[in-house]
Design a protein around this ligand. Structure first.
Ligand SMILES: [Zn+2]
Length: 420
């Protein structure tokens, strides 16, 4: 069929998330489209007017339980393209165009959300004890359609952040009394407003966003930690970092409550109450992170960086955003891609989480009911003798005292943590 269509569909990309599937159509120009649903079997039909499609529809869908197939169908006229998405269910739909930005051209995005969108379904709850676990929400920055910054060697920030997040997730989940919740688990995009919502639904005590920095020159390097601040951020990269995503990642969740409440006074009170305490905790945690990161990487900034946000947008969960290094710096980019280095960064963050919660145990948690006693080693005592006496493990004592070997000396003071 001869076509003189002005627009063209160049690619179709599919991103599968636990509660939604996103389909992105890449086009040369702004899409002129219409869509409608058909049932039995369930389908979504999209007509792209004045458009041709040169892509192959082979193997577009692999292992998605929402979309069975994407195919072309007979168009309305010779200058249009009709695409049919065969679905397994009647999903909640969101269809919207996105303008060209950065490396991306014009797009049409179609999101299929599970109905009865229940978050607890996707997050495994390990807490069976009466004492609850400390919950740490981890946001691996970017994902899916949003690669984040791209290094000179072609590394994607979204992949590095996910790799570090997974390592951190593992360390936390191996720690009794702690639980990690990954807000993003693989290569898909979580919208800004859903991140704090997911963190709140999981009753997170802490929200950690992991990113890699980028700058217009390859020179800057090292890690930094950002927290919300009422003061104006005045760092050299403030204009780069002060974007919507980072704001919303630092908002915790109160932003949502406050935005949704109709009562202005209530909103103000809520904001005031949570703001001061949460910001103080965020800052304190940030200093713990910097102390640990300094042992494994260069620091870009030795103090937590303040990211200035609107007064009302107060977080209710202590939140930090960790820039693990500069992807725009060649040495940092190399390190950030190394699994060993990623592990070091994750370990440093994990150690900071431990030291922070040891001095600030959240109410109702196992840690809050832990008693710490000091034991002075006497002649003839080994670590295993002490462990046996207090009915704890040798590892437990080593962890509590940051010991790297099993050797102890007479007179050495050891902290022993006993759980009630
Ligand atoms: Zn980022």
């Amino acid at each position: 069929m001869q076509t003189h269509a002005a627009n063209s569909i160049n690619d179709i990309r599919v991103w599968i998330a636990p509660d939604n599937t996103r389909v992105v159509f890449d086009l040369i120009q702004k899409p002129d489209y219409k869509y409608f649903s058909l049932s039995s079997p369930q389908r979504l039909v999209i007509d792209f007017n004045d458009s041709k499609s040169l892509i192959s529809f082979q193997n577009l869908i692999k292992e998605d339980h929402r979309i069975k197939k994407i195919r072309k169908s007979k168009p309305k006229n010779k200058n249009s393209t009709r695409i049919v998405l065969e679905l397994s269910d009647n999903f909640q739909l969101a269809v919207f165009p996105l303008a060209a930005t950065g490396q991306y051209g014009n797009r049409l995005v179609v999101d299929f959300y599970d109905k009865n969108n229940n978050v607890s379904k996707i997050i495994h709850d390990r807490s069976t004890q009466s004492k609850r676990d400390i919950v740490v929400a981890i946001v691996a920055g970017h994902g899916g359609d949003d690669p984040g910054s791209i290094g000179a060697r072609g590394s994607y920030e979204k992949r590095i952040t996910l790799a570090i997040a997974k390592k951190l997730d593992k360390l936390i989940n191996n720690h009794k009394g702690m639980k990690a919740v990954m807000i993003r688990k693989s290569d898909y995009y979580v919208t800004h407003d859903r991140k704090p919502k997911l963190a709140r639904k999981n009753k997170a005590d802490l929200l950690i966003s992991i990113h890699a920095d980028a700058f217009t020159s390859p020179k800057p390097s090292g890690a930094s930690v950002l927290v919300q601040s009422t003061r104006r951020a005045n760092s050299e990269t403030a204009h780069v970092i002060a974007n919507r995503q980072k704001e919303s990642e630092l908002l915790g969740g109160a932003g949502e409550t406050i935005k949704n409440t109709m009562d202005d006074n209530l909103a103000l009170t809520l904001a005031d109450m949570s703001k001061e305490h949460t910001m103080k905790s965020s800052y304190e945690f940030a200093t713990h992170v910097l102390t640990q990161l300094e042992k494994v990487t260069k620091l870009h900034k030795k103090q937590p960086e303040g990211l200035s946000l609107a007064v009302l947008k107060a977080p209710d969960i202590p939140s930090v955003l960790i820039e693990t290094g500069f992807i725009s710096n060649p040495q940092d980019e190399k390190n950030l891609n190394s699994s060993a280095h990623q592990q070091k960064l994750a370990k440093a963050i994990y150690t900071a989480i431990n030291s922070f919660f040891n001095s600030n145990p959240p109410e109702g948690t196992l840690l809050a009911s832990t008693m710490v006693i000091e034991h002075n080693i006497i002649r003839g005592e080994s670590l295993s003798v002490v462990a046996h006496r207090y009915k704890v493990s040798v590892d437990h004592i080593k962890r509590a005292n940051n010991l790297t070997s099993n050797t102890v000396r007479v007179g050495q003071a050891l902290k022993i943590k006993l759980t009630n």
